[in-house]
Design a binder for this molecule. Sequence first.
Ligand code: NAI
Ligand code: MG
Length: 494
Amino acid sequence: MDGDGARGSALATTAPGLAWEYAPAPESRDVVSIAPEYGLFIDGEFGPAADGGTFATINPATEEPLARVAQAGPADVGRAVAAARRAYETTWRPMPGAERAKYLYRIARVLQERAREFAVLESLDNGKPIKESRDTDIPLAAAHFFYYAGWADKLEHAGFGPGPRPLGVAGQIIPWNFPLLMAAWKLAPALAAGNTCVLKPAETTPLTALLLAEVCQQAGLPPGVVNVLTGAGGTGAALAGHQGVDKIAFTGSTEVGKQIAATVAGTGKKVTLELGGKAANIIFDDAPVEAAVEGIVNGIFFNQGHVCCAGSRLLVQESAAQEVTDRLRRRLGTLRLGDPLDKNTDIGAINSRAQLDKITELSAAGQAEGADRWSPPCELPGRGFWFAPTIFTGVAQSHRIAREEIFGPVLSVLTFRTPDEAVAKANNTPYGLSAGVWTEKGSRILWLASKLRAGVVWANTYNRFDPASPFGGYTESGYGREGGRHGLAAYLDA
Ligand code: NAI
Ligand code: MG
């Protein structure tokens, strides 16, 4: 990999001197059939909302409508919670853990069998590149079900004392950036621990959660154990406020997380919140530069930067700053932006017009506040929601782009001289979800990991996920852990 653009690029086609270009390698859209309309999944069956309300979900890469989806209102929330309660009392809680595990294993295996279908549907509804949905989202979702299936009959040995009990009905509200994966993160540990679930997917990406509901049917999961309510913020608020729900798990914006915390305060409901982030990716001058550049790219351009743990603040040691940013610019020239279903695409569509507006506004603020903005030559498709990969240098800690979560393919570059300064700058944020450290020195990695206020610290890598490893934040990034043994604690009364 020489990083000088010789690999060819959709972005770089306008640059002179490039000899060749990748041919399109489109994944087939026909592997998934999308119904014109979808109902709510309550008590094992699909049906319309009580008031007949629906809304459209679109393909953000083309703005083409994909399907209409039922909009759940308070009456539907009531029905779903009642179904989940019934299933909890009569079927799921009394069932031996080893039996519950069989259903989770079945779901995991069906996810693997239907992986291609899920990947295409995820990319169509969300806009993410097919190579990411195919290689990351779907395999990790299946891995979560496999992992937690293994715990279902071992809860006594999970370290929470003898006889840990499930909480009851879990209301789970998830975002649009990893739709199926977030559903798996929520459902798998809850079900393994013996809870039943009412899941509310995000309004821009409901389709893979509905396909997962179909997989629950296919796996023979008893009715009511998993219910899926599609709808927008109002549906989520009704679920969070429903008195029949014993636990709320939320992933999304800090603003909505705070509202949910206020709603459930004093009700006795348990809550876990996985919110935003503004992670520092810290590069020391002894780091292997090429690997670090790949880590920076992965950290902020993976999934168009729609990642809560994205390495959105690059902190680079001053002595290495020029080399790192030069190489980074060259590497960005090789990224291909475009059709999410093309297997060569690196950067897909922004998930919604609202998110595109937010990224556009914050980037304009970065320029207005005096940072230097740069993007590689890049032709954006005429329709759909797109944003060129963007780097800001000369960023000050006071700039909005250094403080606020952009949730887009936009990197803010800051510099530091000493390790202490790196720590001070990295921790200068109300968030605390993740961080990255790049250095050859093991002792420095350990020292930094103990100083950084972040739930996850990656060393000489970034965005590594495994179902066995816990994930979660500090302060405005929320509380509670998902994944691993720790993820069970959120669903056990222990
Ligand atoms: P959001 O927090 O509004 O949406 C997340 C989920 O919460 C969706 O299912 C939504 O329908 C639901 N929701 C919205 N309002 C609710 C309410 N009052 N009560 C209960 N549920 C509610 O996030 P949004 O507006 O899509 O994105 C805004 C910003 O939030 C992004 O730009 C990004 O900075 C951040 N975000 C962070 C995520 C993360 O993974 N930590 C995921 C999504 C967004
Ligand atoms: Mg959509």
